[in-house]
Design a binder for this molecule. Structure first.
Ligand SMILES: [Zn+2]
Length: 134
């Protein structure tokens, strides 16, 4: 059988985010609502948008390893990349954050062309806004 197991299986999305405790809950709530998933796997680094948009991405292998678990074991089909205002790990202005998020979306889309990659901006009042490519 195994039918009931399939039915009770949770759906997942993936979020590559700053570790900042102010953004985690707003991001999870927004992603669950807007992508219709039960759970959000969080992959965090301090200033993730800065790391993912840099000339070189120092922890690329480890990030891809985590993405593979989320995509292959949990069946995630969406990766959200976020950045936020007042970031301790990546202290740049808001406009720069938004540019970095879009650059990061391009990079991660090349790593994982088979899934949707979305850029999310967390505003100074902790609202989540999806960024569209320029
Ligand atoms: Zn941060």
């Amino acid at each position: 059988m195994g039918d009931s197991g399939e039915k009770s299986r949770k759906s997942f999305a993936t979020c590559m985010s700053c570790m900042d405790g102010r953004v985690i809950v707003p991001l999870i709530e927004w992603i669950r609502k807007n992508f219709g998933v039960d759970c959000v796997d969080m992959i965090t680094e301090a200033g993730m948008d800065g790391i993912l948009s840099g000339e070189v991405c120092p922890c690329k292998e480890s990030l891809i390893e985590k993405l593979d678990i989320s995509l292959e074991k949990h069946g995630s089909r969406v990766i959200c990349i976020s950045g936020h205002s007042d970031c301790g790990g990546n202290p740049v202005d808001d406009e720069t954050h938004r540019d970095q998020i879009l650059k990061a979306v391009e990079r991660v889309s090349k790593w994982k062309p088979e899934v949707t990659v979305a850029g999310l901006w967390v505003s100074p009042d902790w609202k989540v806004i999806r960024l569209l490519p320029k």
